[in-house]
Design a protein around this ligand. Sequence first.
Ligand SMILES: Cc1ncc(COP(=O)(O)O)c(C=O)c1O
Length: 387
Amino acid sequence: MPGFEVIGREEFEQVQEVFQDGGGILFRHSFDHLRNEVYKVRDFEDAFAQRMEVRHALAVTSGTAALRVALAGLEIGSGDEVITQSFTFVATVEAIIEARAIPVVVDVDDTLNMDSEALEEAITDRTKAVIVVHMLGVPARMDEIKRICRDRGILLIEDTAWGCGGRFSGKPLGTIGDVGTFSFDFAKTMTTGEGGMVVTNDTHVDDMARAWHDHGHENNPELPRWEDSRHGSGFNYRMTELQGAVGLAQLEKLDGVIAAQRKNKAKLMSALDGLSGLTWRTIPDGAEETADALIFFVEDNYSALRCRQLLLEEGIGTKILPEAITWHFAGTWDHMPELVSARSGDLASRFTRSAELLGRSVALPVNVLMDEGMPERAYRALIPELR
Ligand SMILES: Cc1ncc(COP(=O)(O)O)c(C=O)c1O
């Protein structure tokens, strides 16, 4: 699971530097004469771009903000259709609605990520972009999805909130499409408490996103900030220096976190392999997952709920599936008028394939610091249901 497990002295020292050497300047811009060259957000952006092998990285206040800023950077707005997948956090659709665009949601397949056939069927003349999501650490079928977007002239955004540190065909997740977004909330592989990042290789998109996330400020080096140049409207999604400081320390730990998760996931998988009543989530060819969770399918929803109960009795929790489905499956989002009206009020029966797969899925969190006996305990807990 996440970076919070390894928070320690390094994060503390980074934050301390902001106060000791940096004069306690918590704003990412200006105050140059008071901060002794301490610019944590700027350094975090540079280090993140280097780690992700991408030209530009823009730090923002959350993964939700990162999605909204990405849409602004790509100049997506009123009347544009944006296609995303039925299994994601509600934030992906919220960002589309906030951009005054039209959310179009499609089914997932047995990777529990976007079904590329469903994507092709949903494309219309008004489709401007696709937001593909690497849910729970497993890359989507990026070869197929990228090909469809390229052939149809559609922009591709990767919601990499759960995929930080994963790769597809050797490329870091988030850098395969036009723009990638990341979340550093407290449950993610890297955390800054709250926070996010927008990455792209397109300098114009980065310029647009950077200005939009800062009220339109272009941070023109020729001008003081209060006389800054601007070309368009914007909003405020600026990251603070404290988040930037924590992010620098967490980024240093990312590779170690992923390596530990992969090792622990393999142990968990081998312990559960003896159970005959489960099948594993499909991992696409070319995918290098972050191993944030281990997901398996059981016979039906009744069995998934029973697995959760048996695991809980052993002191082991599940992650999103099956218990938090209402925040992560669009078929349940009847609180969103923008989705309900587009589906003539009938959300529940719209995503039958996704509902069938998600309803019988169980996700086990994979910790960085996993208790050695946990795989065996999980196995024993599940025997009465899945033997
Ligand atoms: C797929 C996905 N996108 C976006 C977000 C939003 O990130 P944040 O919590 O940083 O706003 C999340 C958060 O869980 C997520 O899972």
